[in-house]
Design a protein. Structure first.
Length: 164
């Protein structure tokens, strides 16, 4: 079985020459890892969350090539097969691989967040996207109030953007 450091290296190699995207998934990984730890998520589920955070946007280059767009819906379509191939090549378990692929396929779909692993991935991704995209505070507050559920994610968002 591969480690998170091996998966990180595989992702860096895949995204070679795209430091913006490498920086993005590394930041999402850091937030997801910390939220999962603070929320006291079990070790197996933390591993799923961490792997999903690393590969969550793995379909972005394929989406840009196929659709000329990095839109979330295209990433959700293109990402799972690429993630599956990478995780299997690194000998991650079938159970972890299947769940990570499900998370990749739904990480931009906010209406059906039905499990804590997806919740944490969505929150970690938003923490990074809100900053990278320079979202206005009012939009960040709306998203927080509508989507965020973990105490840790809410705390990080409030502190990061000095929200009340």
């Amino acid at each position: 079985m591969a480690s998170m450091s091996q998966l990180t290296m595989a992702m860096i190699t895949l995204y070679s020459g795209d430091p913006k995207r490498i920086q993005h998934f590394m930041k999402v990984y850091a937030f997801a890892k910390m939220i999962a730890e603070e929320e006291q998520i079990g070790a197996k589920q933390r591993e799923v969350i961490e792997a999903a955070a690393l590969v969550h946007d793995i379909g972005i280059h394929a989406a840009e090539k196929k659709y000329r767009s990095a839109a979330g819906e295209y990433q959700e379509q293109e990402g799972p097969p690429i993630a599956r191939a990478m995780l299997m090549a690194l000998e991650f378990s079938p159970a972890l691989t299947n769940r990570v692929c499900e998370l990749v396929a739904h990480h931009h779909s906010y209406q059906n967040i039905d499990a804590v692993d997806l919740q944490i991935l969505v929150e970690a991704d938003f923490l990074v996207n809100a900053y990278e995209e320079g979202l206005p505070k009012r939009n960040i507050k709306k998203f927080r109030d509508k989507i965020f559920r973990t105490e840790t994610g809410i705390h990080y968002l409030n502190e990061l953007f000095a929200l009340d």
